[in-house]
Ligand binder design. Structure first.
Ligand code: ZN
Ligand code: MN
Length: 509
């Protein structure tokens, strides 16, 4: 029997506000001693009153807009009652029936998936406060750190629109990018800024992909999926487990909760999930309702270009390969740097008379050359050097102006690849401009035919055996001779020009 997997996700995003959801405590929960960023409000002392953090609401609205959701005109907070040591009030302030955002969708691209372009529907996005953090000590006791308690979260619930673990993973990566572009969260799964639970059930299908039997079956919720890898692995494992149950004629008959155990690589049974009724939701009488129409209108103007749109624009405008555009846009700071570099290059091209004379077609060729140089030098060389040095685009000393100048030296062949790498390294050292470095270290490419011819004469003279073999028909030896020229010129020779001169000279001998 063949089965189709039906997957939905619930994601908690920790919002990057300075203070907590309902009090003035700092949200920094790791850099300080346990239980220091706390106050009577987030510790749930009786008689205290919560005050809504406006920034958190704005972030929630921004997330809703980015997910193409409808922003509620009228929203409110509710108490979700449950009893656990990490929840001092014995209820969490959350949103029940009037979330900040409802509906919406996110389009994802799954290059190697069965479905390549998938629209994932959103159910809702609501605001709530985080619980405290439990530490299970080696002494067998459990300790609670309330620093995290009360940190604002937005919980995003998707429709069960995923059909594979891979789609779920790609969506989470897209969501992380969206959160970073919006500046609402670092969305780092390893650090717990983004936490994911996944719901999954199977249904039998026939050869034509038609569903046999019920459209939806009891689902299993998998908790503790705190990395992209775990989400994919946990779901894959659960598909395997449920497939065996279905094949044995014993499919899951009720909804259950399981936890992902990465050490064992399996999901394990946990407490059965409470129904909404068990939480006894009711409106929080201490918090006034929210009217969001005006804020939604204001935030719409603050909505930045989102990653999908930016990727598409980079590919079209800068003639970048889609895969390169994707990699560049993954980090908004890198995308900004590349964008500024291109705009500097555009200014340079406008100022150079040789481009004026070109027709549209020739200009396209030049643009392509430029794009290839930018993508190649930034993605493979610059990022490589940065990671070797433990640096990053945000803090490096190279400005887009200097990067653009560097690219012009490469495309005008004043600098070859070997010397280029040396110049780039020096630029990273102290932020000086590439022309200066090139002249200072005499790394400029020797394109002067006279100077190059002299070097080549010396190479021919000192390698008589190889020259003779080349002239006797061993064509591949030209590479060796070019290599010797590069070496003799300390990497500064223009290799194409060197080859031409060599060919002429070797023929004449
Ligand atoms: Zn507090
Ligand atoms: Mn929640």
């Amino acid at each position: 029997m063949k089965y189709e997997s039906i997957i939905g996700l619930e994601i908690h995003l920790q919002l990057k506000t300075k203070t907590k959801m309902f009090c003035g405590c700092s949200t920094h929960d790791t850099a300080v001693a346990p239980n220091t960023n706390v106050c009577p409000i987030c510790l749930g002392h009786p008689g205290t009153l919560p005050v809504i953090n406006e920034q958190a609401v704005k972030f929630g609205v921004l997330v809703g807009l980015a997910l193409n959701s409808d922003i509620a005109e009228y929203s409110k907070f509710d108490r979700k009652n449950y009893f656990y040591p990490d929840l001092p009030k014995a209820y969490q302030i959350s949103q029940f029936d009037l979330p900040v955002a409802a509906g919406g969708y996110v389009d994802i691209e799954v290059p190697d998936g069965e479905r390549t372009n998938v629209r994932i529907g959103m159910e809702r996005a609501h605001l709530e406060e985080d619980a405290a953090k439990s530490h299970h000590g080696e002494d067998g006791k459990t300790y609670v750190d309330f620093n995290r308690g009360g940190t604002p979260l937005v919980e995003i619930v998707t429709q069960p629109d995923f059909r594979s673990p891979r789609e779920a993973k790609v969506f989470l990566q897209e969501l992380r990018q969206i959160a970073r572009y919006l500046g609402v969260s670092n969305a780092d799964m390893e650090k717990g800024h983004m936490r994911c639970d996944a719901n999954i059930s199977l249904r039998p299908i026939d050869e034509n992909g038609e569903v046999i039997g019920a459209l939806l079956n009891p689902k299993t919720e998998i908790k503790n999926l705190n990395s992209f890898k775990f989400v994919e692995r946990g779901l894959e494992h659960e598909i395997e487990r449920q497939t065996k149950l279905w094949d044995a004629g014993n499919p899951p008959m009720e909804s259950t909760t399981r936890g992902w155990n990465d050490v064992k690589g399996i999901t394990e049974d946990q407490r059965s999930k409470e129904d909404a009724a068990d939480y006894r939701f009711f409106p929080d009488p201490d918090i006034p309702p929210l009217k969001l129409a005006a804020m939604a209108e204001e935030m719409r103007h603050h909505l930045p270009e989102l990653p999908a749109a930016r990727r598409l624009r980079f590919a079209n405008e800068y003639k970048l390969k889609p895969a390169d555009a994707r990699q560049i846009c993954e980090d908004p700071a890198l995308a900004d740097f590349v964008e500024h570099t291109f705009s500097e290059l555009g200014a340079w091209m406008n100022a150079m008379p040789e481009f004026d004379a070109m027709d549209e077609e020739a200009l396209q060729v030049e643009n392509k050359k430029m794009s290839k140089a930018v993508a190649g030098w930034i993605l493979s060389k610059l990022l490589g050097l940065l990671s070797e040095r433990g640096g990053n685009v945000r803090t490096m000393k190279i400005t887009p102006e200097n990067m653009a100048e560097f690219i012009t030296l490469i495309v005008t062949r004043k600098l070859n690849n070997v010397a280029g790498l040396k110049v780039l390294n020096a630029m990273l050292d102290d932020g000086s401009d590439p022309t200066h470095i090139m002249e200072d270290k005499q790394l400029g490419q020797v394109s002067d035919e006279g100077a190059l011819a002299e070097i080549i004469d010396r190479v021919i003279e000192s390698n008589p055996a190889e020259v003779a073999r080349y002239q006797a028909g061993e064509d591949q030896l030209i590479k060796f001779l070019i290599g010797m020229v590069m070496k003799a010129s300390e990497g500064t020779a223009d290799p194409a020009l060197a080859k031409n001169i060599l060919l002429v000279k070797l023929k004449a001998e």
